[in-house]
Design a protein. Structure first.
Length: 438
């Protein structure tokens, strides 16, 4: 008998069983072929069946081991977490490069509180080099990290120093109430809160900035602002109207009081409060604010000068801002009492001062003229010497593109020289700055 047809049919059946069942199951479920099939395994198979419209089934793959599935899921989770972190944080910054000695008439006219390239031994200077990392890392948590790579420490310029390192913790879903924890700006004044990236004049005024050197300290601050006012604060910055940023319409906080990047030297924290509100009046926006702080300050003294362990440090301020559309006006004044050198002893003395600035904004240009005066101690300098400042600055800012801003100014000033016998120095000079935004 011819067994070749039988062998062909047996091989075809085995092929279909292999395609339809997993190999492991097929091995267990399929009986061994009869001896006759094995004997005739070398016989050529029967011709293939005619093609049909139904394609043959692909071989079924065995399921992956559980360990491999778990490893792949873990890698996916890590990759997703990395993508989430990258998407939540953003980077921006700016750099300011200056030259201040054009037409200088007195090299003894210096400014240790502001730009230290003014006067003797000055030249080109990177005034600020900020890189900012920020973003919402959670629905209720926002972080802001800002080092400056061009700070000045003693006589060394371009030193890396911490400016801001804080987190905003939002209490509600609308983000109207928040606590700011870390090193950040102390809510005092308008110009102090304004970023140097947005401010028209080259430096902050001595009058307000002498309250909080570098504008910052380590503490906890509470801010409140309705959602629509937070949007207004943002518009005043983004539109180039020289806004101060969002520091709430009401602020209350406690902080060390020895100014930024300084260790606390007593057990008495400073307490600060501020209120402000930007009103819409037709097409104009007017902002009125005020506030103050109180605490105890420890003065650093030199040999031969004495001072109490701590001295009262208290101030109050008021501000008025008419945003430039196209004409603007900015006025601030503060009064208080603080440490001041009298003879060879540091004691508590009154202080006062402020500034007034007129502005005009036309397209990409902002022109300004600002007058500043201050009479009082410089608590953050050794021995807290008395300072008398009179300054007028005329400037023009041009922003041809978002990434570049050019400013030129001419300054008439009278300042107290920062070393004994603290003589008054006066003079004038031209100033140039290129600011790169990124």
């Amino acid at each position: 008998m011819d067994f070749r047809p039988l062998a062909g049919r047996t091989a075809l059946a085995a092929a279909f069983a292999t395609a339809l069942l997993p190999r492991a199951a097929f091995a267990q479920a399929t009986p061994k072929p009869p001896p006759s099939a094995v004997a005739f395994a070398t016989v050529p198979p029967a011709p293939p069946a005619p093609e049909t419209s139904t394609p043959p089934l692909a071989p079924r793959q065995a399921p992956a081991p559980a360990a491999a599935v778990k490893k792949e899921s873990t890698l996916d989770a890590v990759s997703k977490a990395a993508r989430d972190w990258f998407q939540k944080l953003k980077i921006r910054g700016y750099t300011q490069i200056r030259y201040n000695r054009l037409g200088e008439t007195n090299e003894k006219l210096v400014n240790t509180q502001g730009d230290r390239s003014i006067g003797e031994n000055g030249g080109f200077l990177i005034r600020r080099a900020r890189v900012i990392l920020y973003g919402d890392v959670h629905e209720h948590v926002y972080v802001y990290l800002q080092p400056d790579f061009a700070s000045t420490a003693a006589d060394q310029p371009h030193v890396t120093m911490l400016r801001d390192w804080y987190a905003d913790i939002f209490v509600d879903k609308k983000k109207e109430f928040r606590f700011r924890v870390g090193q950040s700006k102390v809510p005092y004044g308008f110009e102090n809160m304004q970023s140097s990236q947005n401010r028209a004049p080259f430096d902050r005024s001595d009058a307000l900035n002498s309250a909080v050197k570098d504008e910052r300290d380590l503490g906890v601050f509470f801010y409140y602002a309705p959602a629509h006012i937070r949007k207004r604060f943002k518009h005043l910055v983004d539109s180039g109207l020289k806004g101060s940023g969002d520091y709430g319409v009401a602020a209350l906080g406690v902080y060390n009081g020895q100014t930024a990047n300084q260790t606390e030297k007593n057990s008495t924290p400073h307490v600060v409060a501020r209120a402000t509100w930007p009103f819409e009046i037709g097409k104009q926006i007017v902002e009125i604010g005020g506030g103050g702080y109180f605490g105890k300050f420890v003065v650093k003294t030199s040999d031969g000068v004495s001072a109490p362990d701590e001295l009262r440090d208290v101030r109050a301020h008021a501000s008025f801002v008419l945003y430039p559309q196209p004409f603007g006006l900015q006025v601030e004044y503060n009064i208080g009492r603080g440490p001041e050198l009298v003879g060879d002893r540091v004691t508590e003395r009154p202080l006062h001062g402020g500034y007034a600035m007129a502005m005009i904004k036309l397209s990409d240009f902002v022109g300004y003229v600002r007058a500043v005066r201050y009479d009082g101690g410089r608590k953050f300098e050794t021995d807290a010497p008395h300072y008398k400042t009179r300054e007028v600055e005329l400037g023009l800012e041009w922003r041809p593109i978002d990434a570049l801003e050019l400013t030129a100014a001419y300054t008439f000033a009278e300042r107290t020289y920062p070393k004994a016998p603290y003589q008054q120095e006066s003079g004038r000079f031209a100033r140039l700055q290129a600011q790169i935004n990124f």
